[in-house]
Write a protein that binds this ligand. Structure first.
Ligand code: ZN
Ligand code: CA
Length: 499
């Protein structure tokens, strides 16, 4: 039995197709093909890029000649802008308007541009500022709105040296209001969804003011859009902060509040606001035990993974609420929120993930539960218990899942043992085996496992193990983050001490 298991395993692994030869393109995500986006989608994307990425649409360009020369320029420019947007959101920078790119563009977000770059920092010259809440068209009770805004300012003044004073009658630096549609500031709101709010950078007049779209379904919890989350973001602009491409930052432009995540400023937000206004005297005492969370950095030598999986021709590496996407066509591996691809349904801090191409779904494991998603949507009846796979009740979670597309089976790793699951018959084959016999040289328990480029890749701690299934041995080991390109020079200095 043992021998059969072994030889079958080797045979099946030999039949694996290298990832690069896999016929689907990542631009087909979600699974269906989409050669040329319909006109409406193209128009939507152009408007989005015009608004948020400084793109000049064809209709507004000078018509020099009526030849195709102009068209070529135009499409190259559009392509560049799509690529710029894809990089910002950690998508493969193909320059194509893929379904996935369009889906990210359609996510609710802030109305400010993602590419505003200023000559110098724009900040208030004083550290004591006043704000005022005006207008009568707040869609929610006024007293509650006041409470939320006070809490939002406190989130900033807890970390940066500033005071915010509310005024009811006199003029204030920052005027906060709700508006429907066109409200005469040159940036009309768009009704439900799309743009949620916008703000003006520090300055006189409208400078520092914050507008919320009164047509949104605002809430104080997880239904609709959480007003506190959006207020903290917009108040950041009112203080002078631009958008951040760090998906863990509150200054990230799209709305990505998940009930599983506690609202707090990230390391990036704190650093940026402290650079402008100085450190709050309360900062050290408030945050010494619970410092602002850092978004995982692919260049961190101590980086480890929670899980890894193939997804069509990409390889995904999961960590906390985030994932990196390794695409065979692009050197860059962008970081993005797990929830930017699978909104709300997938939990953070996963144990294992694998894509089942045969069944056209992707499975996520955490503790005794697993989630199945198809076409980026949670399948009905999930999450379910991992006992579905035939695990005994003693198995409370899995460490990693290694799926073989062509051979249609999956190996689950639990502690020092591994299990082989037949995807065609949907049942576990035989009893669990010691990992040290089946995968000699692999330390246990493993963190993550995935097959790509003809090899099995194991991850444990900050080490990557490249395993050859033919010779059944580890062919190389190295730092885990060699699997992610690490050319960016992120300044990863520490936060100043509050005094
Ligand atoms: Zn914004
Ligand atoms: Ca809106």
């Amino acid at each position: 039995m043992k021998m059969l298991w072994l030889s079958l395993l080797t045979l099946m692994m030999l039949s694996q197709t290298p990832v690069a030869a896999f016929p689907l393109r990542s631009s087909d995500l979600p699974a269906q093909r989409h050669a040329e986006p319909p006109e409406a989608e193209q128009k939507f994307a152009e408007e989005y890029l015009q608004h948020f990425y400084g793109y000049t649409p064809r209709s507004q360009r000078q018509k020099r000649t009526a030849d195709n020369h102009l068209d070529a320029d135009w499409s190259t420019d559009l392509c560049d802008k799509v690529r710029q947007m894809q990089r910002f959101f950690g998508l493969p920078p193909s320059g194509d308007l893929t379904n996935e790119t369009l889906a990210v563009m359609k996510r609710p977000r802030c109305g400010l541009s993602d590419v505003e770059r200023f000559e110098e920092t724009i900040r208030w010259k004083r550290n004591t500022l006043s704000y005022r809440i005006t207008g009568n068209n707040s869609p929610i009770p006024r007293s509650k709105v006041h409470k939320v805004f006070r809490a939002a300012w406190k989130i900033w003044s807890n970390v940066a040296s500033m005071k915010l004073r509310k005024r009811s009658r006199k003029e204030a630096d920052i005027v906060i209001s709700f508006h429907n549609g066109d409200h005469k500031d040159g940036a009309p709101f768009d009704g439900k969804g799309g743009i949620l709010a916008h703000a003006f950078l520090p300055g006189s007049g409208i400078g520092g003011d914050v507008h919320f779209d009164a047509d949104e379904d605002w809430s104080f919890n997880t239904t609709g859009f959480n007003l506190l989350v959006v207020a903290v973001h917009e108040f950041g602009h009112a203080l002078g902060l631009p958008h951040s491409s760090d998906p863990g930052a509150i200054m990230y432009p799209s709305y990505n509040f998940a009930p599983t995540h506690e609202l707090q400023l990230s390391f990036r937000d704190v650093k940026d606001v402290q650079r402008m206004y100085g450190v709050s005297p309360n900062f050290a005492s408030l945050f010494s035990k619970n410092p602002p969370p850092r978004t995982p950095n692919k260049c961190d030598p101590d980086l480890s993974f929670d899980a890894a999986s193939e997804l069509q021709q990409e390889v995904l590496f999961f960590k906390d609420r985030f994932m990196w996407r390794k695409h065979p066509k692009f050197d860059e591996t962008g970081i993005t929120l797990i929830s930017s691809l699978w909104p709300d349904s997938v939990p953070p801090y996963l144990d294992a993930v694998y894509e089942n191409v045969g069944r056209n779904n992707i499975l996520f494991f955490k503790g005794h539960q697993y989630w199945a998603l198809r076409q980026l949507k949670l399948e009905e009846g999930f999450p379910r218990n991992i006992s579905d796979f035939g695990f005994p009740s003693t198995v409370k979670s899995v460490d990693a899942a290694l799926h073989f597309r062509n051979a249609r089976y999956t190996v689950f790793f639990t502690g020092h043992e591994c299990w082989r699951y037949n995807e065609l018959e949907r049942k576990m084959e035989g009893s669990p085996m010691p990992i040290k016999e089946q995968w000699p040289g692999i330390p246990t328990p493993v963190d993550a496992a995935v097959f790509y480029e003809g090899f099995v890749h194991f991850f444990k701690g900050n080490i990557h193990y490249k395993y050859d299934s033919n010779s059944k041995r580890v062919v190389s080991t190295g730092p885990l983050n060699e699997q992610l390109d690490c050319r960016q020079t992120e300044d990863n200095d520490t936060l100043a001490e509050g005094r």
